[in-house]
Design a binder for this molecule. Structure first.
Ligand code: ADP
Length: 250
């Protein structure tokens, strides 16, 4: 479904992504993890064509991305940026349907798609005419997701989609999202800094450090056969404090 071959990116003399190969089969979720600044968001921006790679190619459903076809490909991709990225001056409804209107989709289709998505992400009707500032963080994330799903994209790119949420809401939305992905059979590339979230969603995980892929594989593979000590350190940095605490309470 999505194939990156030797894709790299530098800003000036600083290389933020070394030549990178990635593959995401249709219907699967690939999770990008790694320390802040390692290049995760850059990878998503390259895939959606917001920035151009210095080398290599990105193939989407058999088509190599070019500056000529990127706009069309973007319509087949849903993108949720950190903090949701909703337009503050548009209501919930207008935020969700803005692209469909721009593409002059039929009004009846827009209405029924909107209603279907509101049900899917469980967003109450009474919120539809509010502005983003009048919503909770969890509600904003749901609206961002609705907007990303509006044109029924084959591919979803999610950059810390649950990042700003408190743990209880985060847990709830994780479960709902996972249901949505498998129900709609979406191909997903997700960025998170939370290893538990990565393990929960990811058919495969790609751990990046300083613009290099350190290891790609399932959570089990990364845990049981770490490619280098950094993999172990990265995973245990998040798991050990919790395990220590749980042991101390026993
Ligand atoms: P992550 O998502 O893993 O936190 P990013 O992909 O956002 O990291 O950034 C990777 C690196 O690229 C960082 O060092 C960041 O400072 C740098 N970077 C990102 N965008 C730009 C830019 N437009 N100009 C220069 N450096 C950038």
């Amino acid at each position: 479904m999505l194939l990156l071959s030797q894709v790299s990116k530098s800003y000036g003399n600083t290389r933020v992504l070394a030549p990178t190969d990635l593959q995401v089969p249709a219907g699967e979720t690939l999770v990008l993890i790694g320390p802040s600044g390692c290049g995760k968001s850059t990878l998503l921006r390259l895939i959606i064509g917001l920035i151009k790679s210095d080398s290599g190619s990105i193939t989407f459903a058999g088509t190599i991305l070019t500056s000529e076809n990127i706009f069309q490909i973007r319509q087949r991709t849903g993108y949720v940026i950190q903090e949701g990225g909703l337009f503050p001056h548009l209501t919930v409804r207008d935020n969700v349907v803005v692209m469909a209107r721009h593409l002059q989709r039929n009004a009846t289709w827009i209405n029924s798609r909107f209603t279907e998505l509101a049900e899917l992400v469980r967003l109450p009707q009474e919120l539809m005419h509010r502005f983003p500032a009048e919503l909770s963080g969890g509600q904003r994330q749901r609206v961002s997701l609705m907007r990303a799903l509006m044109l029924d994209p084959e591919l979803l790119l999610l950059d810390e989609p649950l990042g700003a949420l408190d743990p209880m809401i985060r847990y709830e939305l994780q479960q709902e999202l996972n249901g949505i992905f498998s129900q709609l059979k979406k191909t997903v590339v997700m960025v998170t800094h939370d290893i538990a979230e990565a393990a929960y969603f990811g058919h495969s995980l790609v751990l990046i450090r300083d613009g290099h892929v350190v290891q790609a594989g399932s959570f089990k593979e990364l845990t049981l056969s770490p490619a280098e000590p950094f993999v172990e350190r990265f995973i245990s940095a998040q798991r050990e404090p919790m395990e220590r605490l749980t042991k101390a309470l026993k």
